[in-house]
Design a protein around this ligand. Sequence first.
Ligand code: GAL
Length: 383
Amino acid sequence: MKKHCIYLCSLLAGALWLTAACSAPAELKPICSGEIWPDADGTHINAHGGGVLYHEGTYYWYGEHKSDSTSKALVGVMCYSSKNLTDWQNEGAVLPVVENDTTHDIAKGCVLERPKVIYNKQTRKFVMWFHLELRGKGYSAARAGVAVADQPTGPFRFLRSSRVNAGQLPADWSAEQRAALDTLNADHYKKWWTPEWHDAIDKGLLVKRDLEGGQMARDMQLFVDDNGKAYHIYSSEENLTLQIAELNDDYTAHTGRYVRVAPAGHNEAPALFKKDGVYWMITSGCTGWAPNEARMFSAPSIEGPWTQHPNPCRGPKQEITFGGQSTYVLPVAGKENAFIFMADIWRPEHPIDARYIWLPIEFEEGVPVINWRDSWTLDWFDK
Ligand code: GAL
């Protein structure tokens, strides 16, 4: 009898425990910046310089595939999918590099960086833009590439790559500013960083140089505004000046309209978001793979005027963006004012081992602040 009772009691306790365990909310996985981030197969996520698209209940994380020994593109653009931002399924190379034609724009061995994908509600296509450097040409091409797909997981069809907005001057330039270009003689400004050179860059010395062939386009971001208009934001003019260019209705080409931000400010890695009608942009300086101090700007309109703010990072290594470089600001779906700052901790000696920083953006009197956290969970946004 006693034996039976013990058996029955343990059965009952087991059942109670099971009920409690099943009705308890699923435990949220911590987000630990700088650590190895395994995908569903247990392999460290390989999607660097990335961005995230939320579409019909799923997040899609696109980024550069990096290999063991080189940062050149040997595979292409990777995609990972997730319902909860912590469990990621590898969807493979959604824009693979071209293996059998070394003259192709995206031939294996090219430099294909910072891919971003946006969804066009009118055409129902997924549009990817990326920074492209042609195989064997170092970083001299400075082109933007574009590809489209019917599904978020691809396959993406490569359309073309080129410099940007050939023959166009900035949309906000006055007649005087346009006329002043004629007075700029490149031979007078061979030495960089002098006050005269600064003034000439401000007036568009390099805009003029690249007018015919199109503006340089390196580190980049895409941003879709509330009215459906999309913008390409990129480091231009030898990485000295950011440009913000409007895309056409189907998002696959530029309209010719663009503005410049912080001439000679040396900004890279732009990451934009909009909160309460204000546009925010976090950028880095230009020190290659080595981290530097983040910068932050805000504007009442995407076309400016942009005002610079102090570095938003706080905590250990705040003066070098916690060892990382910005890549994207991810708005969390279904939550108001919930934004995740995404950055890359590069490992140029072993690129595949580069790590990710994801941190919640806090607001102090409306101004973004990013505190370092070793570990945090998404319910941080519910507090
Ligand atoms: C960084 C840039 C990266 C990559 C790297 C190459 O400044 O943000 O995307 O281009 O330089 O050195």
